[in-house]
Write a protein that binds this ligand. Structure first.
Ligand SMILES: Cc1ncc(COP(=O)(O)O)c(C=O)c1O
Length: 472
């Protein structure tokens, strides 16, 4: 009944544990009063920490939601009839100003290079559609945002080839990892069209270092390929090292308006930086006129409604507000991240050192029953069903090492986060008791086998010593 484009393609990734965890959460969601034993959602990269700042702005600026301009005239009719796919000029101007502000005003964005889209999801698919033919490949560092399989591949027919990064250097991109991925693509007979990075990274919560950016720029220059940088978490950088946008790299290397700059594009969104995923506001920024023109035409398939654009143009042109929002939001994120990191540390769980994002990348390798992806899923199921926390296993982010999990911290109240950590603590304690018991039984068993031939008094002496040793 349906087209083969829909039925034959499994690139949507709906079966991934990332989405399955959400389904389990939906069946039994935690609520502090109505369902205190339910599953706590820690698999959703949503920022609710600064929501009250947005609400206060709305309350203090009623004309914006009443669709009135500064002269108190209604703009309702204009907005209701507006359908230009270039977007409202006032909104694009305010949006690029906000993008610059997030990046410490180190780069001035030109509104003419901006294409508005319904969120970063639509932006990345549109961009992929513009630069890759079906079957062309993009190299993506692992671990990566699970929904890229859907957003980049499903409808465009493009392929993803992983750049495998490992815990041995904090999941940093290396020259050899880039080269290996490129060779892998060649072996599969895929034409490499570019590199797609997420900076700051989801799920790592780290921003790319200058060294990594240099490697990437050298690579795209020599291979003559594109670079797409998904910078939707740029406003969440709460501590050093500083975030560097690929646009700043172009400027610092004197590559603006060069042939390389034609192949560098960024993806932005207000879903994370302003905590408004429901408003569906995203954008492509590119210095390549052909990409901007093609993407603008394609943006008809996913426009941002004009009343959303109007409201946000008013909000984002309030520089006093954006300034306070950005710094307060960073402060709150830092506090949250520290609360989670310290809470987990107390029970012997380490997080990758991070400086950004709405999540931590958590190392639970020591809790695996076997160092395999089956072992990871076994642990994940215990955490979802017994501990009742929905977190995302590293395998859903294509991590090449089992035992890492993404844990989100900004979509809940502080009390809920503390409850989540209490649940983790009880779980870790019960696991270590169980492990101790198993080890004890194993030692008893081994020592009984070894002492079978010894006289009885030697056996009971060795048992006593064993128990004393265990108690230490
Ligand atoms: C790296 C990354 N890119 C894109 C998106 C999608 O963002 P949007 O809500 O703007 O479509 C997300 C959402 O989680 C994300 O983590």
């Amino acid at each position: 009944m349906l087209s083969s484009k829909v039925t034959d393609c499994n690139a949507h990734g709906q079966d991934s544990s990332y989405f399955l965890g959400w389904q389990e959460y939906e069946k039994n969601p935690y609520h502090e009063i109505n369902n205190p034993n339910g599953i706590i959602q820690m698999g959703l990269a949503e920022n609710q920490l600064s929501f009250n700042l947005l609400e206060s702005w709305i309350e203090n600026n009623p004309t914006a939601t009443q669709f009135k301009n500064n002269d108190d005239h209604s703009v309702f009719k204009e907005l209701a009839l507006f359908q230009d796919y270039h977007g409202l000029p006032s909104f694009k101007k305010a949006f690029v100003q906000f993008m610059s502000e997030i990046r410490g005003n180190t780069f001035t964005f030109d509104p003419n290079n901006l294409v508005l889209t319904a969120g970063a999801t639509s932006a990345s698919e549109t961009l992929m559609f513009c630069v890759a033919n079906p079957g062309d490949a993009f190299l993506i560092p692992t671990p990566y945002y699970p929904a890229f399989d859907r957003d980049l591949k499903w409808r465009t027919g493009a392929e993803i080839v992983p750049i495998h990064c490992s815990s041995s250097n904090g999941f940093r991109i290396t020259r050899s990892a880039l080269e290996d991925a490129y060779q892998q693509a060649k072996k599969k007979d895929l034409k490499v069209k570019g590199i797609f990075v997420t900076n700051p990274s989801n799920p790592l919560g780290t921003s790319l270092s200058i060294h990594e950016l240099d490697l990437i720029f050298n690579f795209i220059s020599t291979k003559n390929i594109h670079l797409i940088s998904d910078e939707v978490y740029s406003g969440t950088v709460f501590s050093s090292p500083k975030f560097t946008s690929v646009m700043e790299v172009l400027k610092n290397k004197n590559l603006m308006n060069s042939e390389v700059s034609n192949r560098v594009h960024i993806i932005c969104s207000l879903s994370k930086d302003l905590g408004l995923p429901g408003f569906r506001v995203g954008a492509i920024y590119s210095g390549n006129g052909d990409v901007v023109s093609a993407a603008t035409k394609m943006s008809s398939f996913g426009l941002i409604s004009s009343q959303t654009q109007y409201l946000l143009s008013e909000m984002l042109s309030d520089r006093k507000f954006t300034n306070i929002y950005l710094s307060e939001n960073r402060r709150r994120l830092k506090h949250r991240q520290e609360t989670l990191v310290k809470g987990l540390q107390k029970v012997g769980i380490r997080c990758l050192k991070s400086n950004s994002g709405l999540f931590c990348w958590v190392d639970m390798r020591h809790l695996l029953s076997s160092k395999t992806f089956d072992g990871e899923i076994e642990l994940w199921e215990k955490i979802v069903y017994d501990v009742r926390l929905n977190i995302s296993p590293g395998s859903s982010c294509h991590c090449s090492e089992p035992g890492w999990f993404r844990v989100c911290f900004a979509n809940m109240s502080e009390e809920t986060l503390i409850l989540a950590m209490q649940r983790v603590k009880s779980f870790v304690e019960s696991m270590s008791k169980k492990n101790n018991r198993n080890r004890h039984q194993q030692m008893l068993h081994n020592s009984a086998r070894r002492t079978k031939s010894l006289p009885k008094w030697v056996f009971s002496l060795s048992l006593n010593q064993l128990e004393v040793g265990e108690q230490r």
